[in-house]
Design a protein around this ligand. Structure first.
Ligand code: SF4
Length: 180
């Protein structure tokens, strides 16, 4: 059972609270700055609870950057101007958009924003990437490539992402944004 299935009730309650918080951010700052604020809160909270000591994730590791990246409409709108100026691997991107993610191998799913194995938009990376915290040992990450990882979840932060999806009622895929 996934974390989301196991904790459905708890996530539901936390999301209700997060919806109020996100609405307040949007009211006070506008949509773009609200996303910036959510990015900041995620980083600050994860730093405070020293999540880096509980995970194997670090800038430069890209083993998890082989998946379909989903964003809320508000976050997609925030990132679009930045992404327009960002170089992407067109060969990878074309393949992802023409064949569809489900039909790709693990290697072919590599994010087109990786440059020499590093995220080229690391400071602006989407919420879903920020929240991906593998608790596997580094060698297990290598062995489990493409098979999923044990993850550390922070309920209040997961709830912020869920709140955005709930409020937007629209999800976007990074590879489609980068192709448009
Ligand atoms: S945006 Fe950055 S962190 Fe997210 S999948 Fe792409 S390269 Fe990895």
């Amino acid at each position: 059972m996934s974390f989301y299935e196991e904790n459905e009730a708890l996530i539901g309650e936390a999301t209700k609270k997060a919806i109020i918080v996100v609405k307040e951010y949007i009211k006070n700052y506008g949509e773009d700055k609200a996303i910036k604020e959510i990015h900041r809160v995620i980083d600050k909270t994860q730093k405070k609870i020293e999540i880096d000591k509980k995970t194997s994730c670090h800038l430069g590791c890209s083993l998890c950057c082989h998946d379909e990246i989903t964003l809320s409409k508000t976050e997609a709108n925030y990132l679009k101007p930045l992404l327009k100026k960002t170089k992407r691997n067109k060969k990878i991107l074309n393949r992802q958009n023409s064949r569809g993610f489900k039909n790709l191998t693990w290697a072919e799913k590599q994010c087109s924003l990786l440059k020499n194995g590093r995220c080229s938009i690391y400071n602006n990376r989407p919420i879903v990437c920020r929240l991906h915290n593998s608790s596997d040992e580094p060698q297990e990450c290598e062995i489990n490539m493409g098979k999923g990882h044990q993850q550390v979840y922070v309920l209040e932060l997961v709830a912020l992402e869920m709140a955005l999806y709930f409020l937007d009622r629209e999800k976007h895929q990074l590879h489609k944004i980068l192709k448009s």
